[in-house]
Design a protein around this ligand. Structure first.
Ligand code: ASP
Ligand code: MG
Length: 413
């Protein structure tokens, strides 16, 4: 009789899931249940909830503009605590476990401290431990560059660690345990009628994450999308293993394509406008190039049709970078002899997302009608194959989300 190869599951637990010794013990018990079924388990952990914020505060008290290398030395410590504690908790239950920091896991990144990108993972040591029957517990959010410096992946980076490890180890599934039991049609804290989504496509999740859904870190979804790694989102607060979850998976595994899967929103943006610039080749580059050069990411861009030899541009940036972008734009405006430079940081972006939009027209029109019926003015519009986004005044955000959620029947089974 041939024995089936054990399944390999990567499980990531966020800060609240390991926020106390009791919670860590619950995680250990869950891992033990998977081991009892014969699965191999790699666990990726965040720091205890609030810990990374505390570390950031300590850094800011001493030297907020200090070297990023040293910041990462500090920021990476929170995860070292939880991996050691979980390994001890597993040991106490008689399940052999071994912890790995990012360096020990040979999770190699570039040297962009505080926002490093993973370039390679050498999983051979981890694999050997798994083969020896151990649970491997890896620190999320951190790696090591080719010089041996500790790096971190940016806030919320543990999701990315988990997906990257799942890809490197060819895991069967990457499970992300959090404080919610999956992905919803919109944020249930804003719209109580929001419904749980059992299954959606990686590409839909990618749009949702980039349009403001906070359930999964965007880079983790990008990674999963690129390598076709299924992600399951579950709550670590559900007892047992038959609670609800959301499977974010390959397009071909989605039976039912829906027109609109969800409504995402984002309050983290600000818009800037420059008017009366010469309507000639190279002007977009001059205006937006200076912004990009300062490493400020631009999201939406609108250029008006030129009139009387001049044109206008409006674009959005992250709200944190609003002032910096405004200063740069004012300087460019002077150089170009622009008529006016203005901005608004009280805006919000609302998006509808769904794989079915690919093959159905008219969804955008329905969206605009719903907003018009509520008397909500649209500042900007952008679309992709499976998404329509609009920018509106922040004060209408909730109304916009609620009315779109209802318009597309997302509150109905
Ligand atoms: N502990 C890190 C943070 O709070 C990484 C993570 O939780 O994913 O950002
Ligand atoms: Mg987190």
């Amino acid at each position: 009789m041939t024995r089936n190869k054990p399944r390999l599951i990567v499980q990531k637990y966020g800060g609240t899931s390991v926020g106390s010794p009791e919670r860590i013990r619950e995680v250990a018990k869950r891992v033990a249940r998977y081991r009892d079924r014969g699965d191999s388990v790699v666990v990726v952990l965040s720091a205890m909830s609030g810990e990374t914020n505390k570390l950031v505060a300590l850094i800011n008290e001493l030297n907020p503009n200090g070297s990023s290398r040293e910041k990462d030395v500090v920021l990476s410590t929170g995860e070292q605590v939880t991996i050691g504690l979980l390994s001890l908790a597993l040991e106490a239950l008689d399940y052999p476990a071994k912890s790995y920091t990012g360096t020990q896991a040979r999770l190699i990144t570039d040297s962009a401290f505080c926002k490093a990108r993973i370039s390679k993972i050498d999983g051979s040591k981890i694999q050997a431990d798994l083969d020896a029957g151990k649970v491997v517990v890896v620190a999320g959010f951190q790696g090591v560059d080719s010089e041996g410096n500790i790096t971190t992946l940016g806030r919320g980076g543990s999701d990315t660690t988990a997906v990257a490890l799942a890809v490197a180890l060819e895991a069967d599934e990457c499970q992300i345990y959090t404080d919610v039991d999956g992905v919803y049609t919109t944020d249930p804290r804003m719209v109580p009628e929001a419904r749980h989504i059992p299954k959606l496509a990686l590409e839909e999740m990618l749009e949702m994450a980039s349009q403001g859904s906070k359930v999964l870190q965007i880079r983790a979804v990008e990674f999963a999308h690129k390598y076709n790694m299924p992600i399951r989102v579950l709550s670590s607060f559900d007892d047992g293993d038959d609670g609800k979850s959301t499977l974010v998976t390959r397009e071909e595994d989605i039976m039912e394509e829906v027109l609109v899967r969800g409504v995402a929103f984002n309050k983290d943006e600000a818009q800037l406008t420059i008017t009366g610039v010469p309507d000639q080749p190279g002007v977009a580059f001059k205006i937006l190039g200076c912004i990009s050069e300062a490493n400020i990411e631009i999201d939406m861009i609108v250029q008006n049709i030129g009139k009387d030899g001049t044109t206008d541009f409006t674009f959005t940036v992250h709200r944190n970078e609003y002032e910096q972008a405004m200063n740069i734009l004012k300087a460019t405006g002077e150089k170009l002899g622009a008529k006016n430079v203005s901005g608004d940081d009280k805006i919000a972006k609302v998006s509808i997302i769904g794989g079915g939009m690919r093959s159905h027209a008219g969804v955008a029109t329905d969206m605009f009608k719903a907003l018009a019926d509520e008397n909500i003015n649209i500042h900007m519009i952008s679309t992709s194959e499976i998404k329509v986004s609009v920018v509106v005044d922040e004060k209408y955000l909730e109304l916009a989300v609620r009315s779109l959620h209802e318009t597309f029947d997302l509150d109905k089974a």
